[in-house]
Design a protein. Structure first.
Length: 234
């Protein structure tokens, strides 16, 4: 196995990338909560944990309930992922990365069927990672976009990957149960994607389709994204 390069994390790599000028509803809200969530993360990391017997708000904001509201289009949510592993950034350079990534997801309606009051949803996506962070480069490898057609597209967007690569394929490996620090023991549907020299194994929460874990393998170097917190924004 190739030798790992020097260990670094944080603001290391600048990647120049053309920006898409996509018009999305309520982007003003997303820009505001981007700043709010960074502050919230700092507060959360220093706040004392609630006791097991705590009542009220803690009970009303169970992670599964927040995911249900997100999938139904009833809540904007921040999904927090821990990012760790070895990231190949080109020219044989491998860097060790350890980041915390906040993905802000805002659902919006694109169609309503008045006969049965059903709605179709898309999701506006924004992260707190700029081009100075290693995780920005990681997200570009996943085809991460500002719009997701489905909750499964929040991190890895297969429609974008198909535009970038001509050899995208995937298979569904089945349903497993994994233990996650925020959702506990949870059933996930496992997908494996292959494109270019990359293989990505994604674990989606079986009911609402939100990514719980994702492993990107690039030539034997693996980076893992793991869901570590869920915050309801509105």
């Amino acid at each position: 196995m190739p030798k790992k390069g020097s260990k670094e994390s944080g603001k290391v790599v600048k990647i120049k990338r053309a920006r898409r000028s996509t018009k999305l509803p309520s982007l003003k809200l997303i820009l505001i909560v981007t700043s709010v969530i960074i502050i919230s993360l700092a507060i959360y990391s220093h706040a004392p944990r609630l006791s097991e017997g705590a009542k009220g708000t803690a009970e009303s904001l169970k992670p599964q309930d927040i995911l249900k509201d997100l999938a139904a289009g009833n809540a904007s949510v921040a999904l927090i992922y821990d990012v760790s592993g070895d990231l190949l950034i080109g020219n044989g350079t491998v860097l060790n990365v350890y980041d915390r990534l906040a993905i802000i997801v805002q659902p919006y309606s694109i169609a309503t069927n008045e006969s049965n009051s059903s709605a179709s949803w898309k999701y506006a996506i924004r992260s707190d990672i700029t081009s100075q962070y290693l995780s920005y480069y990681l997200l570009s490898k996943l085809g991460n976009d500002v719009v997701a057609n489905d909750t499964r597209d929040i991190l890895l967007n297969i429609n974008v990957l198909k535009r970038l690569y001509g050899n995208v394929s995937y298979e569904v490996l089945g349903i497993e149960k994994i233990n996650n620090k925020v959702l506990g023991d949870v059933e996930v549907e496992v997908y494996e994607y292959s494109y270019d020299s990359l293989k990505v194994r994604a674990y989606y929460e079986v009911t609402y389709g939100v990514p719980v874990e994702l492993d990107l393998n690039d030539g034997g170097y693996v980076v893992r994204l793991t869901l570590s917190n869920i915050l309801k924004l509105s």
